[in-house]
Design a protein around this ligand. Structure first.
Ligand code: ADP
Length: 343
């Protein structure tokens, strides 16, 4: 009897697991209505309702395109379409779709919205809201040379705007924490800017080649995974554990990226050196020009004990007291990527 029960338990778990995988493909094996009709995911739209018209960038799994989608009859919306390039393994397909699966649960002004998916035929698409100015890192890098120009509060790079960008990210983080979701890859390259200059957190996948040098390849027991070491706190580098507090450490690094207009953290150190440096209790250096109130926030985000770091709600409260907290700071070295340093 015991061995029968044990077998039954394992069998049920296997069924559940396969069902979960099939659900990602748009097939709900466990749906009670499945026997009556073929249940398509409610996010699925027909490919005829998607028009692709230009390339936006290269993603981890394939090209990201700009275009339009008809999400309700007669109404076309500007969208970004992520595609999975052909010839990918089942694992790649699952990884690709896992980002969309995560995004289905979110609805917040500072989180990129998933709008639809097309998974019934190759190549599969995930369709997201269109962010006119692309990722925040590229956006800031492109605006470096404007720093010495006279700016008003309305300028893209005024202290007020930089503070708003960081506030947007903090709001997105607070929402994710409320949803009990740890992002694990908070960095400017993963935040996007829309036509109204609202910044939203995107990239719920973890591992992409767009800025491959930002990721460090751990290779333990044959497991190859990319990790964004320069954005990771000491406890994550040591234990591999990601928590809401590790997202807060990364948020501190994002603040550094924002005020330095996309500079590369720990410039001049190799990934291995960064690992040792941070694990020995060091943090990014705070330059002299930074406002004392921002210095306080950076230090708080980079507190060694994870549970003593502020949470996202406390950060929002804090930033709202200083509408011009983030002043441009170009004392930092220019943004050279690791690939230019390492051969
Ligand atoms: P992946 O997560 O598959 O690696 P990314 O999210 O990094 O892909 O996307 C690659 C590039 O495509 C980004 O750097 C950005 O320039 C562009 N992109 C991605 N999503 C959008 C979007 N929603 N709107 C506009 N551009 C986007």
């Amino acid at each position: 009897l015991l061995s029968f029960l044990f077998w039954k338990h394992r069998y049920n778990r296997k069924v559940q697991y396969s069902a979960q995988i099939m659900k990602m493909f748009g097939i709900d094996l466990l749906s009670p209505s499945r026997s009556k009709h073929n249940t398509l995911d409610k996010w699925e739209i027909a490919k005829e309702n998607v028009v692709i018209n230009r390339r936006l960038g290269e993603g981890a799994f394939g090209m990201v395109y700009g275009g339009e989608a008809q999400l309700s009859p007669g109404a076309w919306t500007a969208v970004a379409v992520k595609t999975l390039k052909s010839g990918q393994t089942v694992e790649d397909r699952l990884d690709f779709l896992s980002e969309a699966e995560a995004m289905k649960k979110f609805n917040h002004k500072n989180i990129i919205k998933l709008l639809a998916v097309c998974v019934q035929s190759e190549p599969i698409y995930t369709i997201m809201e269109f962010m006119l100015y692309g990722d925040l890192k590229t956006y800031l890098l492109a605006r470096r040379n404007m720093v010495n120009e006279k700016t008003t509060d309305e300028s893209d790079i005024s202290a007020k705007r930089l503070t708003m960008y960081s506030m947007d990210i903090a709001q997105g983080l607070a929402y994710l924490a409320k949803k009990k979701y740890v992002h694990r890859d908070i960095a400017c390259r993963n935040c996007l800017v829309n036509a109204q200059r609202v910044v939203k957190i995107g990239d719920f996948g973890m591992a992409r080649p767009t800025y491959e040098s930002d990721y460090y390849r751990f290779n333990r027991k044959g497991v190859r995974k990319l990790f964004p070491v320069r954005w990771m706190p000491p406890e994550t580098l040591t234990s591999g554990l990601f928590t809401p507090s590790s997202d807060i450490w990364s948020f501190g690094v994002v603040l550094f990226e924002v005020i330095s207009f996309g500079s590369y953290p720990y410039q001049g150190l190799t990934n291995n050196e960064v690992l040792d440096y941070v694990k020995s209790g060091n943090t990014l250096q705070i330059p002299i020009g930074v406002k004392p109130q921002l210095k306080g926030l950076l230090k708080a985000c980079w507190t060694q004990e994870a549970d003593k770091r502020p949470n996202a709600l406390e950060i929002i409260d804090y930033i709202s007291n200083f509408p011009r907290l983030l002043t441009p700071c170009l004392d930092w070295p220019t943004a050279i990527q690791m690939s230019e340093i390492e051969s």
